[in-house]
Design a protein around this ligand. Structure first.
Ligand SMILES: Nc1ncnc2c1ncn2[C@@H]1O[C@H](COP(=O)(O)OP(=O)(O)OP(=O)(O)O)[C@@H](O)[C@H]1O
Ligand SMILES: Cc1ncc(COP(=O)(O)O)c(N)n1
Length: 276
């Protein structure tokens, strides 16, 4: 019998195609040596071509999943993915306070403000980004928006390093302890740069843009690998460095699936990686 590994919780929607959402989260957590627990927010009808249906889980059932997992299994960190509505966001904000998950607790909270699928279908109600901003940002140890989500959250269009820095500062001012501005959507650039900031210091994670269309679930995997690093006890910059190492290889080994866009690869492991 082995020892109980570190545990982490994802509060996210399901992707029936198995590329994004909680399926991507659990695989990334496993690959990073962490047992993943789940609070399901929504079931999506989804494949490699897009999202054709969404069925919501009642907010009190989302909260009950969080409560029951934390009460028994215990988690070292938690993250959010698709939260769908302001009502679910409100239930999540209340329950994380109740169980002691948050930016100033021993259980860091990673908020990935998922607004839409990579195909453009909305995964968040129109009025709900405001709820993420006001109810979740002040509780977040880290927020991980892509460039479209940055624009929705703080009105800044990121085109270069300077505007990415301004956006990170604005996200920090909204209450998040750390902000990671992800550069995957800056398609003209030969490099991909993600910028991490706590409002005073910044870290840049850069690498060559990998030539693949198969990046479904990349953002989910990055936030989950960071959450896994935090659950393993890493400090924020080290947890992000850990996740950046994971995602670059996962993108490099991405594979086609179905007739559309394939996922980043979970078929390798950082579980034995201990260096910060
Ligand atoms: N072509 C690429 N080459 C290398 N890294 C990439 C590439 N595309 C995305 N990434 C990395 O994948 C992560 C996700 O970035 P992105 O900005 O695409 O966020 P996202 O929109 O939330 O992801 P997705 O919608 O694909 O799930 C980031 O760490 C980014 O740097
Ligand atoms: C259930 C669910 N959660 C999140 C995403 C975002 O992932 P992507 O931007 O890669 O489509 C998704 N497509 N489905």
């Amino acid at each position: 019998m082995a020892e109980t590994p570190p545990r982490a919780l994802t509060i996210a929607g399901s992707d029936s195609g198995g590329a994004a959402g909680l399926e991507a989260d659990l695989r990334a957590m496993t690959a990073c040596g962490v047992h993943g627990c789940v609070a399901v927010t929504a079931v999506t009808v989804q494949n490699s071509l897009g999202v054709s249906g969404v069925h919501l889980v009642p907010p009190d059932v989302v909260a009950a999943q969080v409560r029951t997992v934390v009460g028994d299994i215990g988690v070292g960190a938690a993250k959010t993915g698709m939260l769908a509505t302001a009502e679910i966001i409100s239930a999540v904000a209340d329950v994380v306070d109740e169980v002691g998950i948050g930016r100033d607790t021993g259980v860091p909270f990673v908020v990935d403000p998922v607004a839409a699928s990579m195909y453009g279908e909305p995964l968040l109600a129109d009025d709900a980004m405001d709820a993420i901003r006001t109810r979740l940002f002040p509780r977040a140890a880290l927020v991980t928006p892509n460039l479209d989500e940055v624009r929705l959250l703080c009105g800044i269009t990121v085109r270069d390093r300077e505007s990415a820095g301004k956006a990170a500062d604005a996200l920090h001012d909204l209450g998040a302890r750390w902000a990671l501005v992800k550069g995957g959507h800056l398609h003209g650039s030969p490099e991909v740069t993600d910028l991490l900031s706590d409002g005073e210091r910044t870290w840049e994670f850069s690498g060559p843009r990998i030539d693949t269309p198969h990046v479904h679930g990349a953002g989910d995997a990055l936030a989950s690998a960071t959450c896994a690093g935090l659950a393993r006890g890493l400090e924020m910059p080290d947890a992000v460095a850990f996740a950046e190492r994971y995602i670059r290889r996962a993108v490099a080994e991405s594979y086609p699936l179905g007739a559309g866009t394939g996922p980043v690869s979970p078929f390798w492991t950082l579980a034995d990686w201990d260096e910060p």
